[in-house]
Ligand binder design. Structure first.
Ligand SMILES: [Zn+2]
Length: 136
């Protein structure tokens, strides 16, 4: 897959997850998907868990954020990266250059549902550290 194809895949995965979460009753939050250069795919939604991201490598990067978002550690992107590291044993470096798609979750019929959401203050350090691609 080319980088542009990975961008498209990340957008698609994020949008599909946002639609699924909306059908499940969620009316707010953000769905994000990561597609690594070797084609691995991870998707999460913000506030999927009540506790913030805990994987030490991911946490160390987002904790550089200044200012930090009010929802620091609860975003979908660090959660998706953490999933790859904890479940599949990936290193943070395996995400270098990965594509990140995002899709807002809104109530049925809302015009904001499905919109691209740029990274928040807390997630910016992940983009800088890992040269992540904004799949807009
Ligand atoms: Zn964020």
């Amino acid at each position: 897959m080319t980088p542009a194809e990975r961008d498209a895949r990340a957008r698609q995965l994020a949008a599909e997850n946002a639609d699924r979460r909306q059908r499940e009753g969620r009316e707010e939050g953000v769905s994000e998907s990561v597609v690594t250069p070797d084609g691995r795919e991870y998707t999460a939604s913000s506030s999927d868990t009540s506790y913030p991201v805990h994987e030490p490598g991911v946490k160390a990067v987002i904790d550089r954020a200044d200012p930090r978002a009010d929802w620091h550690g609860h975003c979908a992107l660090p959660r998706a990266i953490e999933d790859g590291m904890v479940r599949d044993g990936l290193d943070l470096e395996d995400f270098r250059g990965a594509s990140v798609g995002s899709s807002q979750i809104g109530p049925p019929g809302s015009r904001t549902h499905g919109r691209y959401v740029p990274p928040c203050d807390s997630c910016e350090p992940l983009f800088d550290e890992l040269d992540l691609r904004r799949a807009m």
